[in-house]
Ligand binder design. Structure first.
Ligand code: ADP
Length: 444
């Protein structure tokens, strides 16, 4: 299509250029005759006619002319003009005009002008044959017709080769992307050297693969840890039951075995509950029921629960809330869970005789909750990991406290969902402070 357009434009340009050339040629001839008249018009008519004839014989390229005096009598006419007399437009002023006509079957472009010489007026008709130019145009069109199919063929071959060459990197990306699966998630696409869109595409896909791999590793880790943590209590329950049933036992022995199974099953169902919460959170299936909540009353309720939890341990749990309510938009059940996780940990990791304080205050547009304890504290190297799932700072020590390392992961998830931030400061041996800040309700 573009070749046809190209040839059409070339043809048009060529025709225009021929027209201009022909007009220029006839005008130049006319100018030569005008100069001859200016020089020789004073002589007698016989001499003038002879000079005009001589000039006519000099022109070998088929150019013709005729000159008439002011009465319309011909002073000189090239023979072909006398063979046929085409209708000539009337020349009114001294400007040059052009027209095209046939003289004895040959086409000519004729320039006309009235000129003044030796106080007389002459009319000059200078004709140039258009045939050589038409032949050139025909020749050009013939070349066009022959070249077009060849050029189309060449362009198709070149286009095919070029598209194959330019799509080769895309093909490589597709092949590599197709070969990446769960087994080789660490494989990456080759990044092409030129700084173009393909390079960006490969880098973006590699970054995406990186994120997928990280998530995949986390899921695998989570599943592994979860099954490990579930296997232990199930094994405990099974072994306890098997041993109890091996022979006949006293009522007290059965009671001991059953209460061990009961407490382990309670731990297991807590663990399952937490796992379920996190799995639903990951799937985005846990809808929160958000409405304005007065944090003060929730903090006080949490302190009462913590006081009950710490009753056996002799840990003092105190609360400090502002006199006016602190409103946040939140899910009350989730907020209770968050507070309980922090207080449960504070009590769990604080030895007998220690203290726990929960405080609430409002600063600027943030509600700040702090849970401070005088417990065992957290080593600096563990602080960055304690919000990760299944992370427990000291496995041997923590085993005694019975947690699975999911509490703080859930606490962080709840805080995130409420647009808040959770942070911790701790000194090993001296205690820890967990701080949660939540945005207060706009029209509180
Ligand atoms: P866990 O069920 O083990 O308590 P968490 O996710 O609640 O799981 O806590 C993760 C780890 O962070 C705990 O195992 C413990 O090592 C550490 N930790 C959490 N809270 C405290 C605290 N108040 N004092 C000391 N260590 C804590």
């Amino acid at each position: 299509m573009s070749f046809v357009a190209f040839f059409w434009i070339s043809d048009l340009g060529f025709r225009r250029s021929i027209e201009t050339t022909v007009d220029d040629a006839s005008q130049t001839n006319l100018e030569t005759i005008r100069r001859l008249l200016a020089r020789s018009a004073g002589q007698n008519e016989g001499n003038l006619r002879k000079e005009l004839r001589d000039l006519s014989e000099l022109w070998a390229n088929g150019a013709l002319f005729e000159v008439a005096d002011e009465n319309g009598n011909w002073i000189y006419r090239s023979p072909r003009f006398t063979l046929s007399s085409p209708p000539v437009p009337v020349v009114r002023d001294s400007s040059i005009s052009f027209f095209t006509t046939n003289l004895d079957w040959l086409q000519y472009r004729i320039a006309l002008q009235k000129v003044q010489a030796a106080h007389k007026t002459y009319e000059i008709h200078a004709a140039v044959p258009t045939e050589p130019f038409d032949q050139a145009l025909d020749h050009f069109r013939l070349i066009e017709q022959e070249a077009l199919p060849l050029l189309v063929l060449l362009a198709s071959v070149l286009g095919y080769w070029l598209s194959g060459w330019s799509l080769a990197p895309v093909k490589r990306i597709i092949e590599t992307a197709e070969s990446i699966g769960a087994q080789n998630l660490s494989r990456r696409l080759d990044v092409p050297r030129p700084r173009d869109e393909l390079r960006r595409l490969s880098q973006t896909l590699n970054a995406m693969l990186e994120r997928i791999e990280t998530s995949f590793k986390k899921i695998t880790q989570f599943t592994g840890d979860a099954s490990h943590d579930l296997r232990t209590p199930v094994a405990v329950m099974r072994t306890t039951a098997e041993i109890a049933l091996r022979r006949t036992r006293t009522a007290l022995e059965y009671r001991d075995a059953l209460s061990k199974i009961l407490s382990t099953s309670i731990e297991t169902s807590d663990l399952l509950e937490n796992l379920l919460t996190l799995a639903r959170a990951d799937a985005g299936a846990l809808g929160l029921d958000m409405h304005p909540v007065n944090l003060s009353s929730h903090v006080r309720k949490a302190q009462e629960c913590a006081a009950l939890l710490s009753a056996d341990k002799n840990v003092d749990v105190t609360v400090e809330t502002p006199s006016s309510p602190v409103w946040v938009v939140a899910d009350p059940i989730a907020i209770d869970r968050l507070l309980l996780i922090l207080l449960d940990n504070a009590v769990k990791y604080t030895p007998s005789g220690g203290r726990c304080e929960i405080a609430l205050f409002q600063s600027d547009k943030q509600a700040q909750i702090s849970v401070r304890d005088s417990g065992i504290g957290i080593a600096q190297r563990d602080i960055k990991n304690i919000f990760d799932r299944f992370y427990r700072a000291d496995r041997v020590r923590s085993k005694k406290t019975g947690g699975a390392g999911l509490g703080l992961a859930i606490a962080r998830w709840i805080t995130d969902l409420h647009g808040g931030v959770i942070a911790v400061e701790s000194t090993p041996g001296a205690g820890s402070t967990f701080r949660v800040s939540l945005p207060v309700a706009q029209n509180a």
